[in-house]
Design a protein around this ligand. Structure first.
Ligand SMILES: C[S@@+](CC[C@H](N)C(=O)[O-])C[C@H]1O[C@@H](n2cnc3c(N)ncnc32)[C@H](O)[C@@H]1O
Length: 384
């Protein structure tokens, strides 16, 4: 395990300055009744982006969300200088609606003039989702995200709940494993690997990563290993996405985040692989497109787009940034601005208002129940 040093020392946030540049206008417009703009960081991590936004936008207050309790602890240290501008919540980003209702209600109790007290939850001005795994999680070898060292096959971002990568390997049947490896890892040899896993676990269940890596070295043809990078790369990515139900969470989170935006508010999403980016691109494009049926002479207000795309396509980091931080190489940034109110999107989502409940074998295990959600501030409650 790496030493748990100060968060600020070990992380360079991807596209930090560009994200600040794109979110700052939404956090700098004057609000009615002297209200302070709210920035929601749905993937707080070590607080790098949050620190940059709070520094650039001195009026803004932060609601920081992360499903990883260790990230919350380290970010709280880093953001302590911002005092009562910071509220941190242990939750998943797809729970943004519930989190904001709780946090704004807390604030309403402290400040009876808050609009939330009157039953109207004010929308927020900016939201960032910086998806995927953090350097903190990769560096903490005992959490099992890294394939280059032998470690327990865990890979849960929220280590307090849910099945581990070992549970997936030891319980999914060959067809389910093949689907996971093919879909989330884009692994060409998914079926062959899945068969080998099922055969190998008969001898003894999988517990640590070295045995899995050894199996992958045997199952993937040598020629592909010479060209396709480390044999563990795609399988580990697939297991991580499955264990954390990452795509299901994102599918719910994007419409929920758009719902949470005030008019003029901006949502920024930074994704690291094509499955995530495609999902974000489609959700934002749908909001930026008129739903008027073809042939209608006049576009009715409810058919008008409720989003404006601020970035053109997915913005990429510069070569200089990638040279300094190789993790930035696959990053794509998409930003959209809310242009008008609309009915709740999360409920109109094609899949309905469902919860991200995969892995299949533990339908509700991955959820952070409201009762166990932990809100903390960098200041004692009541001093705001
Ligand atoms: C790439 S890191 C974010 C780094 C952060 N922007 C910074 O500057 O330090 C992603 C973080 O998102 C968290 N995360 C991933 N999926 C999540 C989810 N569904 N809900 C909440 N947090 C999530 C991870 O635990 C991790 O800490």
């Amino acid at each position: 395990m790496t030493e748990r040093t100060g968060a600020a020392g070990r992380h360079v946030p991807v596209l930090r300055d560009r994200i600040v540049e794109l979110l700052a206008p939404a956090l700098s417009r004057p609000l009615p009744d002297g209200e302070r703009p709210v920035y929601v960081d749905g993937t707080l991590g070590m607080g790098g982006h949050a620190e940059a936004v709070l520094t650039a936008c001195p009026e803004a207050r932060l609601v920081g969300i992360d499903r990883d309790t260790e990230a919350i602890r380290l970010a709280a240290e880093r953001l302590a200088p911002f005092g009562d501008r910071v509220t941190l919540v242990h939750a998943r980003y797809d729970e943004i609606g519930e989190v904001l209702a709780d946090v704004l209600a807390d604030r309403a109790a402290d400040r009876p003039d808050d609009r939330a007290a009157a039953g109207a939850t004010p929308g927020v001005q900016a939201i960032l989702l910086d998806l995927g795994v953090s350097s903190l999680q990769l560096d903490e070898l005992d959490r099992g995200f890294a394939y280059r060292v032998d470690a327990p096959l865990d890979m849960r971002m929220d280590a307090t709940t849910g099945p581990t990568a070992a549970d997936v390997l030891n319980t999914y049947d060959a067809a389910e494993l093949t689907r996971v490896l093919r879909t989330y890892g884009e692994e060409r040899f998914a079926a062959r690997i899945a068969k080998a896993v099922v055969r190998e676990r008969e001898r003894a269940p999988f517990t640590t990563s070295a045995r899995l890596v050894e199996l992958l070295r045997d199952a993937i043809p040598a020629a592909s290993q010479r060209t396709g990078g480390h044999p563990g790369k795609r399988t580990f990515q697939a297991l991580r996405i499955e264990v954390n139900a990452e795509l299901a969470s994102l599918e719910v989170a994007v419409p929920a985040a758009v719902d949470a935006l005030a008019v003029g508010g901006r949502l920024a999403v930074l994704s690291y692989h094509s499955l995530e980016d495609r999902l974000v691109k489609q959700a934002l494009a749908a909001g930026a497109t008129s739903t008027a049926p073809p042939g209608l002479p006049v576009e009715l207000p409810e058919h008008r787009p409720f989003l404006r795309l601020v970035t053109r396509g997915g913005e990429e980091p510069t070569e200089a940034e990638v040279a300094e931080n190789s993790r930035a190489a696959s990053a794509r940034l998409r930003v959209a601005e809310r242009t008008r109110p609309s009915g709740p999107l999360a409920e109109r989502h094609p899949a309905g208002p469902r919860r991200p409940d995969r892995p299949h074998r533990a339908p509700s295990a991955n959820r952070t129940p409201a009762a166990s959600r932990r809100t903390s501030s960098t200041h004692p409650k009541g001093t705001r």
